[in-house]
Design a protein around this ligand. Structure first.
Ligand code: UTP
Length: 781
C-alpha cells in the first residue's frame, strides 16, 4: 500500500516529512532517519542546528537588503555605501564584480530598508537608480556527493582502458563507467552555485520567475563536462505582470499593491508584455540580462531557429556551456521520468552510461551543434529505457503504467500532454528480472541489430513497438508524428519523433554497429577477463570504428525483414509457409510496385541437401535466366514469372526452414527511387499530413507513383535496364543458440561494380521494401 508523505505541521518540525514505515526525512539537511528518536537526535544535532542558523541569518539578511541597479558601470562599492548611509547604517555592499551593473546593499535593519524604499526616486552621479527589495527565496542546502569520481578531462582513452581492464568482470566494469564519468563533487557544486546565481539575477528582473535545471545535469545521467540545460519558468511573472496591469491598466494599477507597483515600474518588465511577446522577443531579453548582469557569463547567443529556441552561454571560469529555454516545461517532466527510471532499478545508470559511451565512440550519437543525423543523447537514453521495458519480466514499467500509479495530486498535464508520474519510486513493485548487466548489454545490441526502425514506432508509453500500418490508421498522433527511418516517440509529447533527424544512412549504421557489437558480446573476449593482459570486455567495444571494421562489405547490402507477427498471425510455427509468404511479398513489391523485372531463379533446399539439389538448382537457374536478357528493352512478360520453378516442385515440407532460400534476378528500368514524394503530391494535391502518410503506405498509390515516374522518364523508355542485380532471401541466424531467429535476410548483389545509382536504389529499398512487404502481408492476411 502506498503511504502518503505528510509534511509535519508542528512548529519546529516544518522541515520534516514522515515516510512510509515510520521513517522521517529532514528536508533542510537531506537526511533520512528510521524512527522518531533518531529524528529527535538529528534535530538536536550539530548539522541541523548549523543549517537552521545559517538559514535564519540568510533570511534576515535578505529581509534587510535591497537590489540596486542603474548606476554607472564601475561605480565602487564604497560610493554606494556612502549614498545609502544617508538612510541609516549600511552593513555590507556586494557588487556584481564581473559586469559592475548591480549590487546587493545590506542595511542595518528593516527600518532602514523601509526608509530607503519609501524614497520615490534615487539617483547617484546623475544616474537614476533602480532600488528594489530582494526576492524571498527558499534556503537550499546542497549535500556533498560521494567522493572518488574522476573528472572526465583526466580520463584519456588509455587510462579508461587501463581502469576497465583492472576490473574483475563486465558486471564490475559497467558500474565503474558510472563512477568514472559522473560529476565530481566539485563539478556538482559548481553547477548548483551557477543555478543559484542565475536564479538570483533572474528573480530580480523577472519577479516570480524560476530557473529549473533539466537534462543530464539532473536526470541521473550526468557526464562530467556535459551541458547545463535550464528552463526559465516565467508563468508566475506573467500572472504578476497581468495582475499589475489588469484589464484597464491605469485603474488596475491604482488598486495593485504598492510592492507590485514599484516593482513593475522599475523592472525590465516595463519594456515587454510577456503575455503577447513572442518567444524570440523574450529570449532576446533573457540574452540581454545574461550578457549584462550575470557575472562570469560570456558568449551569449540567442539561437532562435531551433525547434525549442534557446539562449546559449558559456561560464568563463569553468568553461561550462549551457542553454536557457523558456517554452520547455515538457523537458522538466521527461527529466523526472528519466530520474524515476534510475531510482527504480540500479542497473539503469550503468547500462545507459555504457551504451552512450559506445555510441559516442562509434559516432552514432551525441549532440553536435546545429543538429545532424546523429541520435541525440536523450533519444539514445530512451532507447535503452525502452529495451528495459521489453525484458521478460520487465525491468522498467511503461509510462502508461506509471500514470496509473500516480495519485490524483500527481496528475499533470503539460501543453495538453499527460505527464502524470508518481513522485515516490517506492510505489513500484521491484522487478523480478535478475539479468546481469553483462547479459543486458549484449541483449540490447541483439534487440536492435535487426530492428525495423522504419517500419514501426517505438513507444515507451506502451512499452512496445507499434507497427506502422496499424499506427497510421488507429492513432490520432499519426498525422503529426514526423515519420522517417527511425521512429522513436517521445513518451510525453507524443507527436514528437525524438529521432526525426536520423537519416536512413545513420539508422543503418546504428543497426550495423549493433550487429557487430552483439557478435562481439557473444565472444569470450567480452565475457572473460584476459589472463594475458589483453584488452577485454567493454574496452574493445569502445574502440572507435571497431563495429564498422567488423561489418564486411557484403553486410552493407543486406536488408533484414522483421517477424511481421501482426500480419502473419499464427504461422510462426510453420516457418516455411511464413518464408513463402514473405517472398511473395518481396517479389510483388519489386515487380508490381517498383516496376522492376523480377525473375525467381530457384527456390532453395535444406543445407544438407544442397549438394544433391545442385543439379536441379542449376537447371532452374538456367531456365529462369533465359528470361532475363541483359540489355532487353522491356521488362520480361509477367506471366513467365508465375511458372513454378523446377526446384519448387521438388521441395518437401520436411525440409529444414533454416536452409530455405529464394533468389531472383532483377532489373530496375526507371529511377523509381527518386522524387516519389513530389509525384505523390502531384497525384493527390496538398493534403493533411495524416492522409498523405496513410496513402504513402498504400501499395496501390506507390505503384501509381512508379508508373508516373516511368512515364515522366520518356514514353520510349530506357534503352536497357538501369541496374541489374540479384536478391537472395533466406533465413538469417543471429542467435547464439541453434534456434533459428525468425527473420529473413535479403542479400543484394549488383551484376557489376556497385554504381552510385545502385547505392541510391539500395538505400531507398532499405526503408521502402520492409514497409511495403508488411503492407502486402497485411492486405493478403
Ligand atoms: P540531450 O539530448 O542534450 O540529453 O537533451 P542529455 O541527457 O541532457 O545529454 P547531454 O546534455 O548531451 O549529455 C537534454 C534534455 O532536453 C530534453 C530532455 O529533457 C533531455 O534530457 N529533450 C531533448 C527533449 O525534451 N526532447 C528532445 O527531443 C530532446
Amino acid at each position: 500500500m502506498r503511504v502518503e508523505s505528510v509534511r509535519m505541521a508542528d512548529s519546529g518540525l516544518g522541515d520534516v516529512e514522515s515516510l512510509p514505515r515510520g521513517g522521517f526525512r529532514c528536508r533542510l539537511c537531506h537526511v533520512t532517519v528510521a524512527n522518531k528518536p533518531s529524528l529527535d537526535d538529528h534535530l538536536r544535532g550539530k548539522k541541523h542546528q548549523r543549517l537552521e542558523n545559517l538559514r535564519n541569518v540568510r533570511q534576515a539578511q535578505e529581509l534587510r537588503s535591497v537590489f540596486v541597479s542603474g548606476f554607472h558601470k564601475g561605480t565602487p562599492a564604497s560610493e554606494l555605501s556612502e549614498y545609502f548611509q544617508a538612510y541609516g547604517e549600511v552593513v555590507n555592499v556586494v557588487m556584481d564584480k564581473d559586469k559592475g551593473v548591480y549590487a546587493i546593499v545590506e542595511l542595518q535593519n528593516e527600518e532602514v530598508l523601509e526608509k530607503v524604499l519609501a524614497q520615490p526616486q534615487h539617483s547617484l552621479g546623475g544616474q537614476k537608480l533602480r532600488v528594489k527589495p530582494r526576492e524571498k527565496k527558499d534556503f537550499k542546502y546542497t549535500p556533498p556527493r560521494k567522493q572518488g569520481s574522476a573528472r572526465q578531462g583526466q580520463l584519456n582513452p588509455e587510462k579508461l582502458a587501463q581502469k576497465l581492464c583492472e576490473a574483475d568482470d563486465v558486471d564490475a566494469q559497467m558500474p565503474l563507467m558510472v563512477q568514472l564519468f559522473e560529476f565530481s563533487e566539485s563539478e556538482r557544486r559548481l553547477r548548483d552555485l551557477l543555478v543559484t546565481l542565475f536564479q538570483e539575477v533572474f528573480l530580480e528582473f523577472f519577479p516570480g520567475s524560476a530557473i529549473l535545471p533539466f537534462g543530464s545535469s539532473v536526470n541521473g545521467f550526468d557526464v562530467s563536462g556535459c551541458d547545463l540545460d535550464l528552463f526559465l519558468d516565467l508563468e508566475k511573472t506573467k500572472s504578476f505582470q497581468a495582475s499589475a496591469k489588469g484589464p484597464n491598466e491605469p485603474q488596475a494599477q491604482e488598486g495593485a499593491s504598492p510592492e507590485l507597483d514599484s516593482r513593475s515600474e522599475d523592472s525590465i518588465l516595463s519594456d515587454i508584455d510577456l503575455a503577447s511577446a513572442t518567444v524570440p522577443e523574450v529570449l532576446e531579453l533573457v540574452a540581454t540580462v545574461l550578457q549584462k548582469c550575470v557575472p562570469g557569463v560570456h558568449n551569449v547567443q540567442a539561437v532562435l531557429n531551433a525547434r525549442r529556441p534557446v539562449v546559449k552561454f558559456c561560464h568563463k571560469e569553468s568553461g561550462l556551456r549551457g542553454d536557457i529555454s523558456i517554452n520547455n516545461r515538457l523537458a522538466i517532466c521527461n527529466t523526472r521520468f528519466l530520474q524515476l527510471c534510475t531510482e527504480v532499478d540500479e542497473r539503469v545508470r550503468p547500462l545507459v552510461y555504457v551504451v552512450r559511451h559506445w555510441a559516442k565512440q562509434q559516432a552514432l550519437a551525441g549532440n553536435p551543434f546545429g543538429g545532424g543525423p546523429l541520435l541525440n543523447n536523450y533519444a539514445l537514453t530512451l532507447l535503452v529505457l525502452f529495451f528495459l521495458q521489453t525484458r521478460n519480466p520487465p525491468i522498467l514499467p511503461t509510462v502508461a503504467h506509471l500514470r496509473e500509479l500516480s495519485e490524483d495530486e500527481e496528475r499533470t498535464v503539460v501543453d495538453g500532454w499527460d505527464c502524470s508520474l508518481p513522485k515516490d519510486p517506492a510505489c513500484l513493485e521491484p522487478s523480478g528480472n535478475a539479468e546481469t548487466l553483462c547479459s543486458l548489454l549484449s541483449e540490447f545490441f541483439r534487440l536492435f541489430e535487426d530492428y525495423n526502425f522504419a517500419g514501426c514506432v517505438i513507444s515507451l508509453r506502451e512499452g512496445r513497438q507499434l507497427p506502422l500500418p496499424g499506427f497510421l490508421s488507429s492513432c490520432d498522433m499519426a498525422g503529426r508524428l514526423k515519420l522517417g527511418p527511425f521512429n522513436l516517440q517521445d513518451p510525453f509529447e507524443q507527436s514528437h519523433n525524438v529521432a526525426a533527424n536520423v537519416n536512413e544512412k545513420m539508422a543503418l549504421r546504428f543497426q550495423r554497429c549493433c550487429r557487430a557489437a552483439a557478435k562481439y558480446c557473444r565472444s569470450l573476449q567480452y565475457q572473460r577477463k584476459s589472463s594475458k593482459g589483453k584488452i577485454w570486455g567493454l574496452v574493445r567495444l569502445f574502440q572507435p570504428g571497431a563495429s564498422e571494421a567488423e561489418a564486411p562489405m557484403a553486410e552493407g547490402l543486406v536488408i533484414y525483414l522483421p517477424k511481421f507477427h501482426e500480419q502473419l498471425g499464427q504461422v510462426g510455427d510453420l516457418s516455411h509457409l511464413w518464408f513463402q509468404k514473405v517472398c511473395t511479398g518481396v517479389a510483388f513489391v519489386l515487380r508490381d510496385v517498383l516496376k522492376c523485372s523480377c525473375v525467381e531463379t530457384w527456390q532453395g533446399l535444406g543445407e544438407e541437401q544442397e549438394a544433391s539439389g545442385t543439379k536441379q538448382k542449376e537447371e532452374g537457374l538456367e531456365a529462369k535466366s533465359e528470361h532475363m536478357v541483359a540489355g532487353a528493352k522491356h521488362p520480361i512478360n509477367e506471366e513467365e514469372d508465375t511458372v513454378s520453378p523446377p526446384a519448387k516442385r521438388l521441395r518437401a515440407d520436411a525440409l529444414l526452414p533454416g536452409g530455405e532460400r529464394t533468389t531472383w534476378n532483377c532489373a530496375a528500368w526507371h529511377r523509381v527511387w527518386l522524387g516519389r514524394r513530389r509525384v505523390r503530391r502531384q497525384l493527390h494535391g496538398p493534403e493533411p499530413d495524416s492522409q498523405q502518410q496513410q496513402k504513402a503506405g498504400s501499395l496501390e498509390l506507390e505503384a501509381k507513383v512508379s508508373d508516373v515516374i516511368a512515364q515522366q522518364e520518356g514514353e520510349a523508355g530506357p534503352a536497357g535496364p538501369l541496374l541489374q542485380f540479384t536478391v537472395c532471401a533466406q533465413f538469417a541466424s543471429t542467435g547464439a543458440s541453434d534456434e533459428q531467429d525468425t527473420h529473413i535476410s535479403l542479400s543484394f548483389a549488383p551484376a557489376s561494380e556497385p554504381s552510385a545509382a545502385f547505392q541510391e536504389f539500395f538505400h531507398f529499398l532499405q526503408g521502402f521494401l520492409p514497409r511495403m512487404v508488411e503492407q502486402h502481408l497485411a492486405n493478403s492476411a
